[in-house]
Design a protein around this ligand. Structure first.
Ligand SMILES: [Zn+2]
Length: 173
């Protein structure tokens, strides 16, 4: 039969102990330098953003058009090496409104982040991006949106080459 421990040996470290130097403390800044490879499909996707085009991959077996593109179809278990372009318009699949900045401070103007299903891609395929030029209270599921691109000379092959997606008005393409 096991006996419950009622009292643990030693004592708790208090903040005052740390400040008084009673506890060994090591401070260091890690020198973390990494190079990141985006992979074959994602590299092409990012490169094409510079040209103002959104690249998708096509699975010849199931016909799915996937964006962001990938080199493997997880439904067919087959490598994918066919590519196509999809439009820079689409609809909001889901979204979130954030009143907290990256440094956890509160902000008055919230960031609206959405999953956007792009026109030309298979249903449910979309990219995550910001929504702009609209009051957050007006954002709706299924709302039609279009990419707002940076000027070509400012693009660098990053998802931020698209500044945000803005709502499309009725009849606008
Ligand atoms: Zn497939």
């Amino acid at each position: 039969m096991s006996e419950k421990i009622k009292e643990y040996p030693g004592h708790r470290i208090k903040t005052a102990d740390l400040r008084a130097g009673l506890v060994p403390l090591i401070r260091y800044k890690p020198e973390a330098k990494f190079a990141f490879s985006a992979g074959a499909a994602m590299s092409r996707f990012l490169e094409e953003l510079k040209n103002g085009r959104i690249l998708a991959s096509v699975c010849k077996k199931c016909g799915r058009i996937m964006v962001p593109p990938r080199t493997f179809c997880e439904i067919c278990f087959k490598p994918v090496d066919d590519y196509t372009y999809v439009k820079d318009t689409g609809k909001i699949n889901t979204y979130s409104v954030s009143f907290i900045a990256a440094d956890a401070s509160r902000v008055k103007e919230p960031t609206i982040v959405a999953v956007i299903e792009l026109d030309g891609a298979s249903p449910g395929m979309g990219i995550l991006h910001k929504i702009g030029e609209i009051d957050w209270k007006e954002v709706k599921f299924g709302m039609r949106v279009k990419a707002v691109w940076k000027p070509p000379e400012q693009r660098e092959g990053a998802i931020t080459d698209i500044k945000y997606f803005k709502p499309l008005k009725e009849g606008e393409e």
